[in-house]
Write a protein that binds this ligand. Structure first.
Ligand code: NAD
Length: 257
C-alpha cells in the first residue's frame, strides 16, 4: 500500500476531489481526517472508510477561520498521533464571479477567504504538525485556470488559484530542507458539482469542451490518483511543482476535430 502508516488531512472531503481522495488514500493505508464545512457528508465518507476496515475521522471546519484550522490539525494529532499529509483542497467557485466590472467585492472577498486564506491557514497550523512528524507532503489544489485566461470570466476564482500557485512555490522553497514538500495540483475541467453548477447549459459545457484535446471532462477520481502520487513517497524529489492533470487543455493551441 502506498500510504501505509501515514495520516492524511483532506479539506473539502465531503464532495468531488476531496471525497474521492479520502476514499483512495484510505484504501492505500492512510488514516484519513475528512474535513469539510458540511459535517454530515464528511461523516458519511468517514463511515464508508471505517466500514471497509480503514481509519477515518470527520471534522467540521471552515478553512477560512483560523480557530477551525487549528482545531482540525489538533483533532488529527489527537486521534491518530501525527500528521504526514496535508491536502488543502477545499475551494469555491461563486455563481456571481464574473469580470472586473460585474464582480462584487463580497464575491471577491469570499473567494479569496476560502481559496487563498484557507490554504494559508491550513499551512499555518499544519506545517508545525508536519515538522513534529519529521516531515511530510502538502498538496494545494489550484486549477488549470491559474495558467490560462478564459473569455468566460471568473476573475476572483482565477486570481485566487494564481495566488495558490505563488504561495505553493514559496512554501516549497522555505521548507525544502525540512523534508516538507509542497506541490500544487492543477486539475482541468471536471465533471463535479463545482463546475457543472457553473457550466449549467449544454452550450456552456460545449464551449469549454472544445478546448480540451481529450474531448471530455475529467473525473474527480482521476485527480485523486494524481494527489495520491504527490502525497506518497513516490514523489520524494517533487516539490514546488504545478502538477497539471487537465486532459491536455493547457497544451493545446487547437484541438482535434
Ligand atoms: P466540490 O464542490 O465537489 O467540493 C468542494 C468541497 O469543499 C465541498 O464539500 C464543500 O463543502 C467544501 N468547502 C467549501 N467551502 C469550504 C470551507 N470554507 N471550509 C471547508 N470546506 C469547504 O468541488 P471539487 O470540484 O471537488 O473542487 C475541489 C477543489 O478543486 C477546489 O479547490 C476547486 O477549486 C478545485 N478545482 C476544481 C475543478 C473542477 O472542474 N471541478 C477544476 C480545477 C480545480
Amino acid at each position: 500500500m502506498r500510504l501505509q502508516n501515514k495520516v492524511a488531512l483532506i479539506t473539502g472531503a465531503a464532495s468531488g476531489i476531496g471525497r474521492e481522495s479520502a476514499l483512495l488514500f484510505a484504501r492505500e493505508g492512510a488514516a484519513v481526517v475528512a474535513v469539510d464545512l458540511n459535517l454530515d457528508p464528511a461523516q458519511a465518507v468517514a463511515t464508508e472508510i471505517t466500514a471497509a476496515g480503514g481509519k477515518a475521522l470527520a471534522v467540521r471546519a471552515d478553512v477560512s477561520k483560523a480557530a477551525d484550522c487549528e482545531a482540525m490539525v489538533a483533532a488529527a494529532e489527537k486521534q491518530f498521533g501525527k500528521l504526514n499529509i496535508l491536502f488543502n483542497n477545499a475551494g469555491i467557485s461563486h455563481a456571481d464571479d464574473d469580470d472586473a466590472v460585474s464582480t462584487s467585492e463580497d464575491v471577491w472577498d469570499l473567494t479569496f477567504h476560502i481559496n487563498v486564506k484557507g490554504v494559508f491557514l491550513g499551512c499555518k497550523y499544519g506545517i508545525p504538525a508536519l515538522k513534529r512528524a519529521g516531515g511530510g507532503s502538502i498538496i494545494n489544489t489550484a486549477s488549470f485556470v491559474a495558467h490560462l485566461g478564459a473569455a468566460t470570466p471568473q476573475l476572483a476564482y482565477t486570481a485566487s488559484k494564481g495566488a495558490v500557485l505563488a504561495m505553493t512555490r514559496e512554501l516549497a522553497a522555505i521548507h525544502a530542507r525540512q523534508d516538507i514538500r509542497v506541490n500544487a495540483l492543477c486539475p482541468g475541467p471536471l465533471q463535479t458539482e463545482l463546475l457543472m453548477k457553473y457550466l449549467n447549459t449544454p452550450e456552456k459545457k460545449q464551449r469549454r469542451l472544445v478546448h480540451i484535446p481529450m474531448g471530455r471532462f475529467g473525473l474527480a477520481k482521476e485527480i485523486a490518483y494524481s494527489a495520491l502520487f504527490l502525497a506518497s513517497d513516490e514523489s520524494s524529489f517533487t516539490t514546488g511543482a504545478e502538477f497539471l492533470a487537465d486532459g491536455g487543455i493547457t497544451s493545446a493551441y487547437t484541438t482535434p476535430e
